[in-house]
Design a protein around this ligand. Sequence first.
Ligand code: NAD
Length: 294
Amino acid sequence: MKIGLIGLGIMGKPMAKNILKGGYTDLLVSDLNTAAVEEVVAAGAKSATNKEIGESCDVVLTMLPNSPHVKSVMLGENGVAGYMKPGAVFIDMSSINPVASKEIAAVLAEKNIDMLDAPVSGGEPKAIDGSLSFMVGGKQEVFDKFKPLLETMGASVVRCGDVGAGNTTKLANQIIVACNIQALAEALTLAQKAGVDPQLVFEAIRGGLAGSTVMNAKAPMMIEGNDKPGFKIDLHIKDLNNALDCAHTVGAPVPMTAEVQEIMQWLHNNEGGQKDHSAIAQYYEHLTGLKLGR
Ligand code: NAD
């Protein structure tokens, strides 16, 4: 199987290496960043233009920032889709608006090209060790055929429905994570303001119903004042904007998403866009004048 992968950023680069390690060695890659391409070529891939990828690959993968990038690479001037053969498959692993996924799939369907939307969660560490979680939308038979390819990059690969269901699931994931972080920041700030050590609050409640993966990962960062990004505020704003856009399109109420998006936007406006999303705590610190844990 000849595979093309476009987008070799924080996520795409290690994912390309895991495709190669998984035995899919006929891999063509492309990115605007030539250093990233060279690194993946050194691992065994071949550098190619988007035209060459479209013309020669059985399956084209993308790992790009957002909907406009995927639309432009696939459907724009000299877009990859224009070169793809009928029967080829497109798998978008980027986190984009599910409405855009459906629009792209509809254009590709006219050319007899099937599409899966297959965003991931797990971040760079899981991209490196090949243990990402894939949430996938598309036809069952296309999913079945390409599941082994996705399993070279992920530990969990779940089909959630037809095209768009993968990115809808990802939006749900991003809403839950953002609101959890906000609740955690609000609660720890309240505790410290009321005279209780937030570290002790964390230790006392982490094993109970309020405990969560978010709490275990983010409470220590908030208490230490560590905002080094695992996942950046600006990327989370992108996902929540997609969630709001999708919600407005389908008529779903998302008041919690709107509120936490505004807090993240405040952080973006105050030089926080490149900080970890746990920096939501800094919004509460700004309002109260305290520093968590200090
Ligand atoms: P990134 O910005 O590091 O990488 C994007 C890459 O796309 C860059 O290398 C860029 O040069 C390339 N690119 C942009 N436009 C291009 C074009 N027209 N042609 C070719 N290459 C182009 O982003 P990332 O962190 O790798 O994230 C990629 C996607 O994965 C995003 O949708 C993000 O939300 C999602 N995601 C990221 C994480 C994370 O922790 N970083 C976790 C889960 C999901």
